[in-house]
Design a protein around this ligand. Structure first.
Ligand code: F6R
Length: 602
């Protein structure tokens, strides 16, 4: 979604604000803008395009100690200079940036138009500065006018405002994230921590309906009645370098290569004496649970499918739902149902809505997330962190691997608590899990995916097939491939090919056959089906699966490990295939068209 940022300081805020906008571009990149306040008036610069285009446009005279900035992913009104944020009132004294959707903007805009306000954009956001303007004209001070304006809004939003001649930044949220960064000589506000991580790691996560008043050396948070509330100051344990690209061409490639480190962090201290040790989840935590439902979107949904497979395998009832579909037919739940929201950002609106619905209907909820302080972490009954470090590339890579590794740990705890027995083969599986970072390293160092990835570009389609846990990897690999190459790609359960998709298979459709070492014979017969239609087959499988590897036109081998974990390694090979294919096509890999990370609208 859109990225909001603000800085209030005693020195000049322009350069740090632009840096923070660059750091937030993964949230949206179709237009960008800033408003600077220099004590007297406001200076605004905004336009369609990326932050770099805005930067090139900025000349002298835009500086000031207080500023707000925005990088947009359009929902209301197409990308254009006039729809770019910040938006102002008629007088140009009030500037506002916004993330989210104002559902009642139509009726508010009609009343404002009747009262003589003039609008310049097609956005829902523009009503906010005009509402504040009305409050200021009626004699309210800036804080009271802001409070009155946001009190009229319905929908999900995070909003930041500055007013000419006023030394404060005002902000509030409802359903969209906002975090305050407390620095030595400046204070910050942003949609996400990477915006200001190089300046401070001391943060306050705002809660819904909090109204923040931020100056260079103070902050005050009040609730909707105006009463002061206290929110804890937390320390973020992310390294600023984690949020930088370093020597890599793209964040995605950096994050693919970071997976061994990310997985070490995920697993650190969580496997002890051949058993799982999860902080805050001692044995017995889930003994009242009888069934598990995973709710998630996109890549996280594919991780959820893997969790479902793990639990089903050991006799625990589990199902995975696409969050938005869960809301069309809310599944029956009761107090013995655990609903797990798999969401790296912890801010995906569809998943939050599904979790909220399950909780209201009596289920126990658990957030499996990467972001401490995220809405999912704070609103679920429990949170289990995947500890992957910040992920900036829009295409999820290291967070997927850390999600599935965390799901192996969680499955171990759930199966024991629910069935009273350990998972079958648990010692060998946990040992393989402990070795996973090393195995992933072998894959990231293997140059073969880079060498073969261009071979079939321009073909009619790329297909990915697998069985068991490799089915969810087939879906994930196809999603990654289409997301960043813009080429047609689809994933199928290998056994389903003959029920329809086989009609698409020709010499022009490479098929990636994902083997785990299990279900060998059946996968091989699926491979024969596509080969006999002339399709090139690329086997992605453990080295030990010689028959599959030898029978294919090409292969991507992964280290042999426990069959339940092989699919994680095959997925890393397929991340590399997608990356190198997209790179050869010169795609905007970290910012694929029409997409944004962290989708905070339903
Ligand atoms: C794809 C991708 C998305 C996200 C999805 C859910 O590469 O990143 O499909 O997985 O938008 O996001 P989270 O996990 O933040 O809920």
């Amino acid at each position: 979604m859109c990225g909001i940022t603000a800085r209030v300081a005693t020195d000049d805020s322009l350069v740090p604000l632009l840096e923070s906008l660059h750091n937030l571009e993964y949230r949206g990149y179709d237009s960008a803008g800033i408003a600077m306040s220099n004590g007297s008036g406001l200076n605004i610069c905004k336009q369609e395009g990326e932050v770099a285009d805005l930067e090139a446009e900025l000349t002298d005279g835009r500086s000031g100690p207080i500023g707000i900035g925005h990088t947009r992913w359009s929902t209301h009104g197409p990308p254009s200079d006039s729809n770019a944020h910040p938006h102002t009132d008629c007088s140009g004294r009030v500037a506002v940036v916004h993330n989210g959707i104002i559902e009642n903007y139509d009726s508010l805009k009609r009343s404002l138009l009747k009262a003589g306000h003039e609008f310049e954009s097609e956005t829902d956001t523009e009503i906010i500065p005009h509402l504040v303007e009305s409050g200021l004209e009626s004699g309210l001070d800036a804080e009271a006018a802001f409070r009155e304006a946001v009190g009229q809004l319905e929908g999900s939003y995070a909003v930041a405002m500055i007013v000419a001649g006023d030394p404060m930044v005002y902000a509030t949220r409802n359903g969209s994230p906002l975090v305050v960064g407390l620095g030595e000589t400046a204070n910050y506000l942003a949609s996400d921590v990477p915006a200001f991580l190089e300046y401070t790691d001391r943060v306050i996560y705002l809660e819904d309906d909090d109204l923040l008043t931020l100056s260079a050396n103070s902050h005050r948070i009040t609730n909707s009645d105006g009463a002061q509330v206290s929110r804890p100051i937390e320390t973020v344990d992310w390294d600023p370098e984690d949020a930088e690209k370093g020597s890599y061409d793209h964040y995605m490639l950096k994050e693919i290569h970071e997976q061994p480190v990310a997985l070490r962090q995920t697993l650190h201290g969580r496997i002890e004496d051949g058993d799982v040790s999860l902080d805050g989840f001692p044995p017995g935590t889930f003994e009242d649970i009888e069934r598990v439902q995973f709710v998630a979107c996109g890549t996280s949904y594919h991780a959820g499918m893997y969790g479902e497979w793990l639990l089903n395998k050991d006799g625990v009832e589990a199902n995975t739902y696409i969050s938005s579909e869960y809301m069309t037919t809310p599944q029956p739940v009761d107090e013995s149902t655990l609903v797990v929201g798999v969401t790296q950002s912890g801010e995906t609106a569809d998943t939050l809505e599904a979790l909220r619905s399950a909780r209201e209907r009596g289920a126990r909820t658990l957030a499996l997330t990467n972001v401490m302080g995220s809405t999912a972490a704070r609103t679920c009954d429990d949170a289990l962190f995947i500890r992957a470090g910040p992920e900036i590339g829009v295409a999820a890579t290291k967070t997927y691997s850390s999600q599935v590794a965390t799901l192996v740990l969680l499955a171990e705890r759930l199966v024991r608590d629910i069935t009273g027995e350990p998972t079958a083969d648990h010692e060998a599986r946990l040992e393989a899990l402990a070795n996973l970072p090393e195995h992933v390293e072998t894959v990231t160092e293997d140059g073969r995916a880079a060498r073969i990835s261009e071979r079939w570009l321009g073909d009619a389609g790329h297909f990915f097939i697998g069985r068991g846990p490799a089915y969810s990897v087939a879906l994930e690999a196809a999603l990654k491939f289409k997301e960043i190459t813009y080429e047609h790609a689809e994933g199928f359960a290998a056994g389903e090919l003959k029920h329809g998709p086989l009609a698409l298979v020709t010499e022009e459709t490479p098929v990636f056959a994902i083997g785990t070492g299990a279900y060998r014979k059946r996968l091989q017969s699926n491979v024969r089906e596509v080969k006999s239609r002339g399709a090139p087959v690329i086997a992605v499988a453990p080295r030990s699966d010689e028959e599959l590897l030898d029978g294919a036109s090409e292969y991507l081998a992964v280290p042999a490990t426990h069959p339940d974990l092989v699919s994680i390694l095959t997925n890393v090979q397929l991340q590399l295939v997608a990356y190198h294919a997209a790179n050869a096509m010169n795609r905007a890999i970290d910012k694929p068209r029409n997409l944004a990370k962290s989708v905070t609208v339903e």
